[in-house]
Design a protein around this ligand. Structure first.
Ligand code: NAD
Length: 468
């Protein structure tokens, strides 16, 4: 670990001295290398995770390329100094610069093992940093690709390093002399990372778990909402932090919505082979979590309408796409992250109850609202307590490169992606300088010692400037 961080720091010295214009062609080469190797990348991801191949492209490769392309083209613009207006000190020019922090440590999960390694890697290097990434121990080869492809693209040696191991190696990375830690994973481990980072006063960006609500208002197109629900709850076998984890539907349209969900579920199947859209459960231990949450829900009165079991015959760890009704908030299924292809649907008396339930609980990652009235959907979206929300869609947000992403409450802190996300990989430096020549310095100097301007003067200035 020490060697990896030390060598990355050496690479940082040269890399950070380049201008954005000098770095841009290399970032472009990195992106083109990923394009050229996309079939190989999909092979590695699918072999390691058992994902459906379309999921590997849409959840790992496409969003990686979107962000690589965006930062290669826009990093210079996003990170150019911002100038403030002259209020309330007209004699002083002021601007803020964005400087790379140094070596970024990135600890990444298994559910989108390529994208969630490329994301901190490209954010770090586009901002002028070096990076040491530690992929999940379940998906080391998908993470290793980030360093291999960076080397193949001709990026400086050691600018992108990958170290391997489990949680203990993650802890060692946080304790190593890095300058920023980026962690994506479960809330409990994120908390441990935040504590270790706080001891060294190293800033941490934490992208953690979620329990995302989908709210269907009674004026929604129920057919589209039902298909959206099935898609967003079972995509990547439900192993996406922003998947639909619970659905609220007003009583008035509940039965009609269920009928549409039944229609949408008909051809959805898990497993390998043609006509099967839902890939494997990547961490086999997760199967026990799914079964435990379902058993708890059924014991408290829930009904399983579709699926409900692991697929025992044949190789691999697959779980049937599952729809559960008659659920409530006494059940773990509704209150904790499930991370599997399970769709709990709850009937609520009205919109206000849907809002209150959507905002209950400890997570605040993402949510969605579905309505035929776009204005109403936008107003509802503003009131959902989470870092991101989609109206009449669900999974779209983190795949849009110029939109930042991040959770609140137990879902994490800090932003990634978009302009804000790139700035998170920098420190801001605010600089001031007298606006005019020596004459202003004389004027400004009247504030200095020995004091020429007393409290009466400052009282008058305070009133003149700020009394309204
Ligand atoms: P995890 O917390 O088990 O592991 C994530 C990474 O952290 C792995 O590389 C692991 O080795 C490492 N790690 C484990 N313990 C550590 C410790 N004490 N210190 C440092 N590193 C440690 O998470 P996972 O099971 O790999 O991923 C699934 C979780 O990730 C889910 O909760 C999911 O919601 C979350 N996730 C969040 C986002 C987001 O953007 N908010 C995205 C994807 C996944």
């Amino acid at each position: 670990m020490d060697r990896a961080v030390e060598e990355a720091r050496k690479a940082f010295t040269d890399w950070s001295s380049l201008s954005h214009a000098e770095r841009r062609p290399l970032l472009g080469d990195f992106k083109r290398t990923v394009v050229a190797n996309s079939d190989h990348i999909a092979d590695v991801i699918c072999a390691e995770t058992g994902k459906d191949r379309a999921d590997a492209y849409t959840m790992d490769i496409m969003p990686s390329l979107g962000l690589m392309d965006y930062y290669a083209r826009k990093a210079a613009k996003i990170l150019r100094p911002t100038r403030g207006n002259l209020w309330p000190y007209p004699m002083v020019k002021r601007w803020t610069e964005y400087h790379p922090r140094g070596v970024v440590g990135a600890i990444t999960p298994w559910n989108a093992p390529f994208f969630l390694t490329i994301l901190p890697v490209i954010s770090a290097i586009a901002a002028g940093n070096a990076v040491v990434a530690k992929p999940s121990e379940l998906t080391p080869l998908s993470g290793q690709l980030a360093a291999d492809l960076a080397a193949e693209a001709g990026l400086p040696q050691d600018l992108v390093r990958v170290v391997h191991g489990a949680g203990d190696v993650g802890q060692a990375l946080v304790r190593a002399p890095i300058d920023l830690v980026w962690f994506t994973g479960s809330t409990n481990n994120g908390r441990a990372v935040a504590i270790a980072a706080a001891e060294r006063l190293v800033p941490a960006i934490l992208e953690l778990g979620g329990n995302d609500a989908m709210v269907v208002l009674e004026d929604a197109d129920l057919g589209i909402a039902a298909r959206g629900a099935v898609w967003a709850a079972t995509y990547n076998a439900g192993q996406i932090c922003i998947s639909v984890e619970r659905i609220y539907v007003p009583e008035a349209v509940y039965e009609s919505f269920l009928a549409e969900v039944d229609a949408a579920m008909k051809d959805v199947a898990a497993g390998t082979g043609d006509g099967r859209d839902i890939g494997a459960i990547i961490d086999p231990r997760q199967l026990d979590v799914l079964e435990r949450q379902l058993a708890d829900a059924v014991a408290k009165g829930a009904e399983i309408r579709w699926g409900g079991s692991r697929i025992a015959d044949g190789p691999g760890d697959f779980f049937e796409p599952t729809v559960v009704t008659n659920v409530d908030h006494s059940m773990e299924l509704m209150c904790e992250e499930t991370f599997g292809p399970i769709i709990p649907i709850m009937s609520v008396p009205d919109e206000a109850t849907a809002m209150q339930l959507a905002n209950s609980g400890r997570f605040g990652l993402h949510g969605s609202v579905w309505s035929g009235d776009r204005g109403r959907a936008a107003r509802f979206a503003s009131r959902i307590e989470s870092g991101t929300v989609a109206a009449n869609d669900h999974l779209i947000n983190p795949f849009i490169p110029n939109l930042s992403f991040g959770g609140i409450k137990d879902s994490g802190m800090g932003r990634e992606g978009g302009a804000e996300g790139l700035r998170s990989f920098c420190y801001a430096k605010s600089i001031t300088s007298p606006r005019f020549g020596p004459s202003t310095r004389l004027l400004l100097g009247r504030r200095w010692m020995p004091r020429r301007l007393g409290p009466r003067y400052w009282r008058a200035v305070a009133k003149a400037l700020f009394r309204w």
